[in-house]
Design a protein around this ligand. Structure first.
Ligand SMILES: [Zn+2]
Ligand SMILES: [Zn+2]
Length: 798
């Protein structure tokens, strides 16, 4: 009976399978270790994710070696990775990689190495076909080793056959090239080894040496820089001391921290009664807690108390924020309270910083990890708490493989590692709130704002009467802007803009075209000149006359922030206007610069997309204008009403954070829509009740599970044929399918895309049949240049 290891190979494969290898007796293979295994004619890196007891298949290959002795993954990480793979129909290889230390992956560019002596290879080359000879000569020219990419760049893809032949004959080998570990930064330090007796002996002959030595005796370890600062330039003196054996030189690991924490540890504020209650519930809960606190209710302080408790108990905490660059205030709050205990993880860090921050967390030197989505995978010694702030945010869902939702991973980790999980929001996702009403989460409410600041007054302007003939700023908003500017206040103008969607709206009665089957907005397709449902494919012509009021107010709408900015500049030539959208925030730090300028009152009006809605806390802002609630109400998504409600509440929450009361103006052609009305009244419950009924009627989450499958191919016909085939296979298994339809973004980089939506009630497992079909389709799709993109619980249907 031989030992078998289950290995997740570190390659992006279309297959969902795990592979089995025999463990050679010479190796002590443990769970979570990185190993080297033969795969498809070369050696690659993999993770040991199982050591099954049962003997596997007879003709298995052997693990060829260990990458390192210490396991890279904890058993808990492996179990969560397996749960993720199951739920998201992903491979364990892809989910395991999420937990790995940054910078320890495998390059997808294999290394090609000459296996025979160069002289011998040269002699043999004469007998080879021309193409093999060229490959061999190239490798020899490169010193016996090159990467696959280098070879293809030089010789072209048509030499791949020759490469394979050389590999088969054993002349060359292909192996994984592992990413070099980021080098650890070290700093030299000096310490005294002399005793007082020897110090006396020095005293007369070398006063400078004595001075330096005394400082070192007093301070312990010091860097050259610190020593120079205390004793003046003393490099030569230190050298002399080292020679005499009075001072020892050594080096210590120096961690690169992205931003020197500003430790100012001010007064810890007293909790309000609501905050204390929330804190108490979190401490005692036996399941995830949904902390439902209105904007400005002081959720951050509650999180901080929970974090404090966690580290006091010797555990670590992970704090997730939707997007690190949009939430500088949260990071500031944590670093000022917890100083060097905070490690920040996000994609804007340099490789070295990322590596070091991750390591500090892993070693337990930083027990508070704060970061975006992927920080949920941080390997900390004892996980005691995971906070998901603004849990409703869509940025928690990863849009590429594996398509996980960080909130769900947080909950799985919490369960696996016995950690408390807190989900915080002023506008919880419908799914989370529904789970709270069912008892799956424990809900705790914070309904009042800190310091009893009043909610801003929100007025909804009916654009059917107020709308300008041209442009987007109505008269009410124009007057309010003029007032704010003359009173020296600041204003934010907000426009939800999702690039692709142009929709139809009647400017006289507010009618917008919806699909009769899916109740989502129809999108205008320029090429076909028609309105199309992106869920089921229903289409109709653009009406000339409004089907609702028989008027002639039908317009194709789709505004941009740039146009809004121009209009505001034209209306208020003396006002200083800033714009914040994807165009103006492309470079690193530009987002921060715009906000800082606005915060420093270098501008009066900030025009922007949803970026301005998140977490911004600027006391000078007394007016917030929503240019058009309709752009968000008409995104072709069953969550359009939820997104609208959520955005309006978040945007409104930006007003009146200082001493001045705030005012919010929402412009809409649908002022009666329940999401607009509920947002204006700060009434989540009214919104939730109505939206829940609609979801139930239409059969959408939280009452159903959905899986989107996008079929891509270089030919539109093939993509369509495959999407129809998969639809049929799923329907034969009793799964309901919407579509197939052309995906909203039909063509990307020369590939055509068709989409279908599988849907089923929560208690009927639709994941199993979908997985089965994806696995069986793999074999065929590989050969036909067809790709399947599977997204379980999709948040964005593109
Ligand atoms: Zn109308
Ligand atoms: Zn439809």
């Amino acid at each position: 009976l031989e030992a078998i290891a289950e290995v997740a190979v570190d390659l992006r494969l279309p297959s969902l399978k795990l592979y089995h290898y025999k463990v050679p007796e010479s190796l002590n293979v443990r769970l979570g270790q990185r190993v080297l295994v033969p795969f498809g004619g070369r050696v690659v890196q993999g993770y040991v994710v199982g050591l099954p007891e049962t003997p596997g298949v007879a003709d298995l290959k052997y693990i060829t070696g260990l990458v390192e002795e210490e396991p890279a993954l904890s058993p808990a990480a492996i179990s969560v990775a397996r749960v993720m793979a199951d739920h998201y129909i992903a491979s364990v290889s892809d989910t395991v990689r999420c937990f790995a230390q940054p910078g320890t992956g495998q390059k997808d560019d294999p290394l090609i190495t000459l296996e025979s002596e160069p002289d011998e290879a040269l002699r043999a080359a004469d007998l080879l076909p021309a193409s093999q000879r060229r490959v061999l000569e190239f490798i020899l020219g490169a010193g016996g080793q090159c990467t696959l990419k280098e070879l293809v760049r030089e010789l072209g893809k048509n030499h791949l056959g020759a490469l394979r032949a050389l590999q088969q004959s054993g002349t060359i080998s292909k192996s994984a090239s592992l990413k070099q570990r980021v080098s650890e930064k070290r700093t030299r330090v000096f310490s005294a080894v002399a005793d007082t007796e020897r110090l006396h002996a020095l005293r007369r002959s070398a006063p400078r040496q004595v001075q330096v030595l005394e400082i070192l005796c007093l301070e312990g370890e010091m860097t050259a820089q610190e020593l120079n600062a205390r004793a003046g330039e003393c490099r030569a003196v230190v050298r002399a001391l080292i020679r005499k054996g009075y001072v020892r030189e050594s080096s210590v690991r120096d961690f690169r921290t992205p931003a020197a924490p500003r430790w100012k540890s001010g007064l810890v504020p007293q909790l309000t009664p609501e905050q204390s209650e929330a804190y108490r519930v979190i401490k005692q809960a036996d399941r995830p807690v949904l902390l439902f606190g209105v904007t400005g209710s002081g959720k951050t302080e509650v999180y901080q108390r929970a974090v404090e408790d966690t580290i006091a108990a010797g555990n670590s905490a992970i704090m997730l924020v939707p997007e690190i660059s949009l939430t500088p205030q949260m990071v500031r709050a944590l670093t000022s309270r917890f100083g060097k205990e905070v490690a920040v993880l996000h994609s804007m860090l340099s490789a070295g910083e990322r590596y070091d921050e991750w390591t500090r967390a892993k070693l337990g030197r930083a027990r508070v990890v704060v970061g975006a989505r992927s920080a949920v995978f941080a390997q900390v010694p004892k996980l005691g708490l995971v906070v998901v702030d603004e849990e409703h945010e869509t940025t928690y869902k990863q849009s590429c493989v594996p398509r996980y939702h960080a909130r769900e991973v947080a909950i799985w980790r919490g369960r696996q590692e016995g950690a408390r999980v807190v989900l915080g929001s002023a506008t919880p996702s419908l799914e989370s709130y529904y789970k709270a009403t069912k008892g799956e989460y424990e809900a705790v409410f914070m309904r009042t704002r800190v310091d009893e600041r009043p909610f801003p007054t929100v007025s909804v302007v009916d654009m059917r009467g107020d709308g300008p003939k041209l442009g987007i700023v109505g008269s009410t908003l124009r007057d309010a802007l003029a007032e704010t500017l003359s009173a020296g206040g600041q204003a934010i103008l907000f426009l939800n803009r999702r690039g692709f969607s142009t929709f139809v709206l009647c400017t006289e009665c507010g009618y917008s075209a919806k699909c009769p089957y899916c109740s989502v907005s129809l999108v205008y397709h320029k090429a076909r000149g028609k309105l199309v449902c992106h869920y089921c494919g229903f289409e109709r012509a653009v009406p000339d006359v409004c089907p609702n009021c028989a008027g002639r107010g039908i317009r194709l709408l789709g505004f941009g922030t740039q146009r809004a900015e121009e209009e505001v500049r034209a209306l208020f030539p003396s006002a200083r206007v800033l714009r914040m959208d994807v165009d103006t925030t492309g470079t690193r730090g530009s987002h921060q610069r715009i906000l800082e300028r606005f915060e420093n009152r270098e501008a009066d009006i900030l025009v922007g997309t949803q970026m301005v809605a998140k977490g911004l806390d600027i006391p000078g802002v007394t007016l917030v204008g929503v240019l058009s609630a309709d752009t968000s109400l008409n995104i072709p998504d069953f969550r359009a009403a939820e997104r609208t409600f959520c955005l309006l509440v978040q945007v409104a929450g930006r007003a009146g954070r200082g001493d001045e009361p705030g005012r919010v103006i929402i412009q809409s052609y649908n002022p009666e829509h329940y999401s607009v009305k509920a947002a204006a009244n700060h009434d989540y419950h009214a919104f939730y009740t109505e939206e829940l009924i609609n979801r139930q009627t239409a059969g959408f989450p939280p009452f159903a599970r959905m899986v989107s499958i996008v079929v891509g191919a270089t030919s539109d016909k093939r993509a369509e044929a495959w999407s129809r085939r998969i639809t049929e296979l799923l329907r034969n298994k009793g799964v309901e399918v919407l579509g197939p339809v052309t995906a909203p973004v039909w063509q990307i980089r020369g590939r055509y895309r068709w989409m279908l939506l599988a849907r089923g009630p929560l208690d009927a497992d639709i994941l199993a049949p979908v997985r089965e079909i994806v696995e069986s389709a793999e074999r065929y799709t590989n050969a036909h240049d067809v790709t399947l993109t599977v997204d379980v619980d999709p948040l964005n249907l593109m």
